[in-house]
Structure formats: structure tokens, C-alpha cells
Design a protein around this ligand. Structure first.
Ligand code: SAH
Length: 395
């Protein structure tokens, strides 16, 4: 602890960290004592020399990601304790997810480990680092995982080339196995099987955050004709099929995603005519759709990655939802989502309402959805709430 660089904040710029918000912006820094090395742990003080927290220093607008608000060593024991807490928080969830072996163990700020994501796929852990400090701590993290899971964990893959800052650690390999060598495998989510390739797949290989919402879709699928738009590996489609949908179409602009969906349909249901994969842009799909659907899923990628493109993003949500309202048959159900952190639930809802009004449909909200318990939100870090969904009845 003693050798750490000390950062002193400007007076008045310490309020959010005193309320346990884990980000310290570079503009809040008044003075530093010692070298600032990217990835190193630094101590943060207020203007009156009171300790506020310690965390990973990084070049950029978020200068420090706070790991602890108490004076503590950030060592192998620290990481073990944090991971043990994360697993403990998920104990009840894991006991109550029958036939499920894929879940998120660490969700960044929600687990007091800003910059770190760990997804568990049966016997494989996939690590995704968003900060240099977490990347440098990888051996402690892998060691903690091995201690926690023992022989149940056989493979650890670090997948951080897409998430670390471009300029950081330029000469280092960022995607590699830290243990074992399994590149893909079959996992289960409430009994539905998925073939997942963590090396080639999007994110860590799968969108775990939609698990409970996919299951809920099953309740509305019986006898309905379903369009799963922005389907990726077809998760919503598989739950629809398992629950008696009449016909399911999966639409994704990525031909590779559609291949993965077809593979997953085959894995669960064998040869079937009840599913069709369509590689197309979502807007083109609706423009050309010859069929109408009575259950539609819209799960687009984040339309707004930053606040400054917010109004374009809201327009995007309005347009795509309007297409769905125009297509959907009477007594239809729309599952519509936004995973843009910059879009608030209120703004998302307004866009969807405008779309419904433009389409001239009568719409009721049946469910308001969010991310599941293995994607927890620190109450001090509201930015962690990113997934928003509405289940709408369309008369
Ligand atoms: N619903 C999925 C996750 C969707 S991720 C699940 O449950 O796993 C968003 C998907 O949208 C990605 O697979 C991406 O390839 C696709 N996509 C992005 N832009 C698109 C567009 N304009 N039209 C159709 N699909 C698009």
C-alpha cells in the first residue's frame, strides 16, 4: 500500500466517490504524488487528505476505477474474496435454474470489480477485461477461479482484444487460454441447448443477460407465428419452438449468426420445417416481409454507444418498433429491448410509445423487463442498469 501513487481530488469533485460511485474522472484530479502508470493501483484522497478509495489508474476520461473504498492491499487474497462474494451472491440463483450451466459470475461494477466480466460456460470461464489494471491482475483472477471451482473448471479463456483500450499494451497478446484449450462446447439454459464458440462468438460467446426474458417468451409462444429479429444464436427462437410456436423465423444481418441459429435448431429439434433462418437487415426484412407475425422479438445491438448520439438512437428505436407494430397481427405480442446504457427506461418507453401511436395500434404493457440477478447493479452506480425490455400486447 505504501508505495502507491497518491491522487488528490479537487475540492467539490469528491462528492460522487464519497457516495461510493466507482468512477473518478480525469477532470476531478488536482494533484498526483508519484508516477502515474496505466494499470497500477493508486490511492485517492480528498483535498483535506482523507482517504477515499483505491483503484486502477487508466489513461482516458475515467481515470480511476475504484476497487475498494477502504485502505486495503489489492492482492491475490483481494481477488479471491471478491470472486467468492460474487459466487455467494449467485448461490440462490444457481440453485433455482434447473438444467442451466451458463451464467455470469462477475459483472464489473455490480460486483465491485470495475473492468472485469467473467462468464461461466459449464467447465469454461471466459474473462473479458475492460481495463488495463484488470488485465494485469489476470493471474490472480485465474488463480482465484481455480480455488473456487476446483476440478469443475477446466478451461479459462482471456478474451480482451475487443474491450481493452486500443492503445494499451500494444505488443501484448490479449486473447489466449490461461488454462486448458477448449474453444467451443454445448451449454444448457433451462434445458435448451446452445452450441457456443467463445473464441469466435460475439461478446464472450453468448448474450447471457436475456436468459429470463427468453424463458418468459416461452409463455407467449404457443400457436403463434414468431419473428425473432436481431436473433444472433437464436435463443428466443429456441424457447418459442420448445413452447409450441406454430412457425419461427430468425432474422439477423450476420450470415454467421444465422448459421449458428440453424445449428442450434438442429441440436435441439433435429430436422424441422418449423424454423427458417433469414440473413437480412432488420429494416429490409420488415419492408419486404410477406408474412405477418403474432409474436415479434426486437433485440437490437446498442443503438447509442454514447450520450452524444442519443437522439439518433431514439429515432432508431422508434423506427424499428414502428415497423414491428405495422406488421404484427391482432392479439399480437411484442418483446422489445434496448441494451444501450445511454438510453434511460423512460426514453426507451417514449420511443416505443411514439412508434405505437404512429402505427395507430392499441398497445398495453404486460411486463417491464431488465437484466437478471447474475448481472447485478450497484445501487451507487446506476449506469450499470443497461438492459430494458417491454412486453406489449398489441390489440
Ligand atoms: N437476441 C440475441 C442477441 C442479439 S445481439 C440473443 O438472445 O442472444 C444483436 C444482433 O443484432 C447481433 O447478432 C447482430 O449481428 C444483429 N444485427 C446488428 N445490426 C443488425 C441489423 N441492422 N439488422 C439485423 N440484425 C442486426
Amino acid at each position: 500500500m505504501t508505495n502507491r501513487t497518491k491522487i488528490v481530488l479537487k475540492s467539490g469533485k469528491d462528492q460522487s466517490v464519497k457516495r461510493f460511485h466507482p468512477w473518478i474522472f480525469s477532470g476531478a484530479i488536482k494533484k498526483t504524488y508519484g508516477p502515474l502508470v496505466e494499470g497500477n493501483v493508486v490511492d485517492v484522497y480528498d483535498n483535506k487528505d482523507n482517504f477515499l478509495g483505491c483503484g486502477h489508474y487508466q489513461i482516458g476520461s475515467i481515470a480511476v476505477r475504484v476497487l475498494s473504498f477502504q485502505e486495503t492491499d489489492i492482492d491475490r487474497q483481494f481477488y479471491f474474496n471478491r470472486l467468492q462474494t460474487a459466487l455467494n451472491i449467485r448461490k440462490e440463483l444457481l440453485q433455482n435454474m434447473p438444467e442451466t450451466d451458463v451464467y455470469r459470475l462477475v459483472h464489473g461494477e455490480g460486483d465491485q470489480l470495475p473492468g472485469l466480466i467473467i462468464d461461466i460456460y459449464n467447465d469454461t470461464a471466459v474473462l473479458q477485461m475492460h481495463s488495463v489494471g484488470m488485465f494485469l491482475a489476470r493471474d490472480h483472477i485465474a488463480e482465484a477461479l481455480q480455488k473456487l471451482y476446483g476440478s469443475a473448471l477446466e478451461h479459462i479463456y482471456c478474451k480482451s482484444s475487443g474491450t481493452l483500450p486500443k492503445k494499451a499494451l500494444e505488443d501484448e497478446q490479449k486473447d489466449f487460454f490461461m488454462m486448458g484449450d477448449k474453444v467451443s462446447g454445448v451449454v444448457k439454459e433451462y434445458g435448451v441447448k446452445y452450441h457456443i464458440n467463445w473464441l469466435e462468438g460475439q461478446k464472450t460467446g453468448f448474450f447471457i443477460d436475456q436468459r429470463e426474458n427468453r424463458r418468459l417468451l416461452g409463455d407467449y409462444a404457443k400457436n403463434r407465428v414468431v419473428a425473432n429479429v436481431f436473433g444472433y444464436t437464436g435463443g428466443f427462437s429456441l424457447f418459442a419452438m420448445q413452447n409450441g410456436a406454430k412457425m419461427v423465423h430468425t432474422i439477423d444481418s450476420s450470415a454467421k449468426a444465422i448459421d449458428l441459429t440453424d445449428e442450434n435448431v438442429q441440436l435441439n429439434f433435429g430436422e424441422t420445417t418449423a424454423h427458417k433462418g433469414i440473413a437480412a437487415d432488420a429494416f429490409d426484412f420488415f419492408a419486404k416481409a410477406e408474412d405477418t407475425y403474432d409474436l415479434i422479438v426486437l433485440d437490437p445491438p446498442a443503438f447509442a454507444k454514447h450520450h452524444n448520439v442519443l437522439s439518433n438512437a431514439l429515432q432508431g428505436y422508434k423506427r424499428i418498433n414502428q415497423r414491428a407494430f405495422e406488421n404484427i397481427g391482432p392479439n399480437g405480442v411484442l418483446f422489445t429491448f434496448s441494451c444501450s446504457q445511454a438510453v434511460s427506461p423512460q426514453n426507451f418507453r417514449k420511443s416505443v410509445f411514439a412508434a405505437a401511436a404512429n402505427a395507430g395500434r392499441k398497445v398495453r404493457i404486460l411486463h417491464q423487463l431488465t437484466q437478471p440477478a447474475d448481472h447485478p447493479i450497484s445501487i451507487f452506480h446506476p449506469e450499470g442498469e443497461y438492459l430494458k425490455g417491454l412486453v406489449l400486447h398489441v390489440e
